[in-house]
Design a protein around this ligand. Structure first.
Ligand SMILES: NC(=O)c1ccc[n+]([C@@H]2O[C@H](COP(=O)([O-])OP(=O)(O)OC[C@H]3O[C@@H](n4cnc5c(N)ncnc54)[C@H](O)[C@@H]3O)[C@@H](O)[C@H]2O)c1
Length: 330
């Protein structure tokens, strides 16, 4: 007899990482249910190649009524929760949607999941909940000490899930990935913003002196890790998901400019981001040892793949230019 595949609900499935996860599920013969509000960051074009292979609800996760209707109809066994306001700079301008979506929205999902006896709830948290670290690496037991309003709202969601696990024996797993990059990333984030600026003959803005260190994880590696944890991770546990590939922003940009075939004169230092975390770094031994996952794409290779994709999808990237110029007052 064929094993029945549990129904999987993916929130934020029209976003950058969520859509990569949906595409991976479909490749594995799974047709998920996708819930997404389609904010400025959501775009169903990311799912064009798997159209018809998933069910879509344009629903706000903060809407108790809307989420209840989806759960009552679909009765998912597993929920993978990506939906979030995700850009630090926007959270500095206005934290309101971050508190709403990242905290309240998560609570609405947790309550619907409890009511409908979900078997597994996966929260996509972030390495930013730990705050910055000058030396060493954060492990899953390191204290949570977020710095930006974005990170604080994600930390609140992370703690809320921990509270439901402890109080209600709620069957959840928390995943904390490091900085992702790759195809379909909204061009407000460092790497696609840099590509967009170069495509527009502009200069790449680099905060401060470009000394902030990020741990770069290619999006396909990230969603493969999430899939692995979804299948084999232990309920109640938290997993860091990092590449161990650290790079200063200035070095990342220089490597990207080289990949794009343009000179080093194509970036400019700009006023630093307020409260800018100097370094994020994860110890990801728990997933590497326990679940046998390791990243496959090095930064140089990932940038080549991202640039090749971007050149093929110039029109999509450029369609976001008006919004990006508004964000950065150009
Ligand atoms: N991008 C990264 O480097 C990174 C790293 C670690 C963790 N994360 C986390 O991974 C998740 C996905 O990140 P991303 O980069 O794909 O984000 P994204 O901004 O590209 O996508 C977010 C998606 O959520 C949807 N959404 C926003 N508010 C919603 C609401 N109220 N109801 C329903 N849908 C809503 C948007 O329409 C969009 O499709 C987030 O939870 C983020 O915090 C991201």
């Amino acid at each position: 007899m064929r094993k029945r595949i549990p129904k999987i609900l993916v929130t934020g499935g029209a976003g950058f990482i969520g859509s990569a996860f949906v595409r991976l599920l479909v490749k594995n013969g799974i047709s998920p249910v996708v819930v997404d509000k389609l904010t400025y960051a959501g775009d169903l074009k990311r799912l064009e190649e798997v159209m018809g292979k998933f069910k879509f609800y344009k629903t706000d996760i903060c809407s108790k009524k809307g989420i209840e209707a989806v759960f009552a109809k679909e009765k998912p066994a597993v929920a993978v929760h990506f939906a979030a306001e995700s850009h630090v700079d926007r959270s500095i301008h206005d934290a309101t949607p971050f508190v709403e979506t990242n905290i309240k929205g998560t609570q609405v999902l947790l309550d619907a999941s409890r009511k409908h006896n979900i078997k597994k709830f996966i929260l996509i948290s972030t390495d930013e909940v730990y705050g910055e670290i000058a030396n060493g690496r954060f492990n899953e037991n390191s204290p949570i000490k977020p710095n930006s309003p974005y990170a604080a709202s994600k930390a609140a969601a992370d703690l809320l899930v921990q509270a439901y696990i402890r109080t209600n024996n709620f069957p959840a797993i928390i995943i904390r990935p490091s900085n992702n990059y790759g195809p379909w990333q909204y061009p407000e984030k460092l790497i696609p913003l840099a590509i967009l600026r170069i495509l527009g003959d502009g200069k790449v803005p680099v905060y401060g002196k470009g000394l902030n260190v990020r741990e770069w994880l290619y999006v396909d590696d990230c969603v493969r890790g999430i899939m692995m944890i979804m299948r084999k991770g232990k309920i109640g546990e938290t997993y860091n998901l990092g590449s161990a590939c650290e790079s200063k922003n200035i070095d990342t940009i220089k490597l990207l400019l080289k990949t794009l075939g343009v000179g080093h004169d194509r970036f400019e230092f700009v006023k630093d981001r307020l409260g800018h975390d100097i370094r994020y770094s994860l110890n990801s031994r728990k997933i590497a040892k326990g679940l046998d996952w390791k990243p496959g794409v090095k930064l140089s290779q990932g940038l080549k793949l991202t640039v090749a994709w971007s050149l093929k999808h110039k029109t999509w990237l450029k369609s976001k230019l008006g919004d990006i110029n508004k964000l950065y007052n150009k």
